[in-house]
Ligand binder design. Structure first.
Ligand SMILES: [Zn+2]
Ligand SMILES: [Zn+2]
Length: 254
């Protein structure tokens, strides 16, 4: 499948001329699929977009998630990645074959997917270093078909949402911001402790970030863009007011 790019040229609502295309696309449903380590989401508008694919070998769990939410596999138009880590792109190769749909990622994380390696996992604290001993950063390599940049619109699938580039956890991390203020932000933050096992609504830093300053800027950016309820790869969802309260002091000087 040929690679294609869609950037600001097809954007809506994010540029100076924003607003003209608002209203095209419905306020989609967000269905969470709880996986071994992470969350995947089915976004259902006129068509469906699968956001993230968990670890390797979780394709059956995702397909049964589609069945549970009554989403026919033929309705899935795209597999969209918040970033190219093993617990978010691990089953993409298998699902691309099963669903026969293109895979999309920001160009800065495309290399991780092509080689099937999440590295570098840059730890933010001691527990992250310990966790690294138990994590295998590799996953089945897969060539992405669609490059998602700032302003990429999901309206072609009848979904009123736009991609926001939110780097820091990885250089190619994106968030999907819906017109009503919901957002799916991958590993931009983590909810609670132990990967969201406890106190999942408490905002905090993820275990890893390739660039902490970029990460803080991205959290601030998502809030400034109007995110209100933020769905994550681990824990959550988080309410914007609590996110602001938790990170406000860390925004000074960035
Ligand atoms: Zn990650
Ligand atoms: Zn993750």
């Amino acid at each position: 499948m040929p690679s294609r790019r869609q950037g600001r040229s097809k954007a809506d609502g994010s540029g100076a001329c924003g607003g003209s295309a608002r209203g095209w696309g419905v306020l989609a449903a967000i269905y969470p699929i709880r996986l071994k380590m992470s969350m995947a989401y089915i976004v259902l508008g006129e068509r469906a977009v699968l956001v993230d694919t968990g670890c390797a070998g979780e394709e059956e769990r995702i397909l049964s998630g589609l069945r549970r939410f009554n989403v026919a596999p033929e309705r899935v138009a795209l597999v969209l990645h918040t970033h190219g880590h093993m617990d978010h792109a691990g089953s993409t190769r298998a699902l691309k074959q099963r669903l026969r749909v293109p895979a999309a990622v920001h160009p800065a994380d495309a290399g991780k997917m092509r080689i099937g390696n999440s590295a570098p996992l840059v730890p933010l604290r001691l527990s992250s270093r310990i966790l690294s001993l138990f994590l295998d950063p590799r996953f089945p390599p897969v060539a992405p078909d669609v490059m998602v940049e700032e302003g990429y619109s999901l309206r072609e699938f009848g979904i009123a949402a736009t991609a926001v580039h939110t780097p820091g956890h990885t250089p190619g991390s994106i968030s999907i911001l819906f017109d009503d203020g919901r957002a799916i932000a991958g590993d931009l933050m983590m909810g609670g402790i132990w990967g969201g096992a406890y106190r999942r609504f408490d905002p905090g830093y993820h275990y890893y970030a390739e660039d902490l300053t970029e990460l803080r800027r991205s959290i601030r950016k998502l809030l400034e863009r109007g995110a209100k309820t933020i769905y994550l790869g681990h824990g959550g969802p988080l309410e914007a007011a609590r996110v602001r309260e938790r990170f406000e002091a860390d925004f000074s000087g960035i």
